[in-house]
Design a protein around this ligand. Sequence first.
Ligand code: DON
Length: 304
Amino acid sequence: MNYQDIIQEVYQKVNSMEDPGQPASYIPELETVDADNFGVYLTTLDQGAFGVGNCYEAFSIQSIAKVLSLSLAYGILGEHIWNRVGVEPSGTAFNSLIQLDADNGIPRNPFINSGAIVISDILLSNLENPKEDFLAFVRSISKNPAINYSPTIAASEKAVGFRNVALCNFIKSLGNINNDPAEVLDFYFDLCSLEMNCKELSELFLFLANNGVNVFDKSAIVTKSQSKRINALMQTCGFYDESGEFAFKVGLPGKSGVGGGIIAVHPNQYAIAVWSPKLNTKGNSYKGMRFLEEFTTKSQLSIF
Ligand code: DON
C-alpha cells in the first residue's frame, strides 16, 4: 500500500475544497489558533510514518483526551467501570444535559462530556496525584516525554465552562460524582487541554491498533479485550450525533476534539491523526472528516 501517495493526493484535494466550518469559539483561546492549519500524520504498526501539512504543530486535543482517561480508568476499575457510565451512543451533542435526568445520572457513554466528567471523578478517587499521574500515563505511551497540559487553554475553558459546571453538579445531585465537583472539573479541564502534534497523536494511539500493547516498549496499556471495547466505543460514540455518519463514510473507530483534531485507528494496521480547526455544525473538523472519508475510500481499507 502506498500510503504516502494516497495521503498527498487526498490532502491536495481536500485542502483545495471550500471549508464552510468555523473554529470553536466557546473556548476563547481556541479561536486564537490559525484556522487554516491542516495537518495529517499516519503511523503504521510496522513503523511506517507519513506526514503532510502542519503535522508538526501542536494543538489542543480536547475530547480526544477522553479516550486516554477512559483507558487509564478502565485499567484501574476493570468491568466495574460500566456501573458508572454506559456504552450506548447518545445521539445528542457532546455537552447535552437532556438525557441525564431520565438516565439517573449515568451518562450514556464515556465520550460525551458528562461521561468524561464521571471518568475524571473515578480517576480522582483512584490516583494519588491525579494531574501528575494522568500526565505520566500519557507520557509513558508517547515517544515524547515533554507532552503537557496547556495552562492557557485550561484557564480559558475554566473561565467559561458553565455547561460542564452544570453537568457535574447535576450528576453529583444524582449520586454519580463522589468528589468535590470543583476538583473534578479542574482535573477535567486540564486533561482536555493536552497539547501535541499530529505525529505525536498518531504514535500515541498506536496501542489501540495493537491490541492494547505499546508498540515502543511492548508494555500492556490495556488488555486485548479492553482495547477492542475502547475501539468499539470510538466507533459508536466517538463523534457524538455524527457517529453514524463517521462509521458510514470512514469506517474506522475514531475520536474528535473541538480543537479540530481527529484520531482514527485501523486495528492491526495504523493510527492516523488529522488536524484542521474549522468545525462542522456537529463540532467535528470539517476537513478532518472529509480527509478520512477520501483516505479510506482511496486506500480501500476500513474495518467494514
Ligand atoms: O468540555 C468541553 O466542552 C471541551 N473541553 C471538550 C469538547 C470536545 O472536544 C468535543 N469534541 N468534539
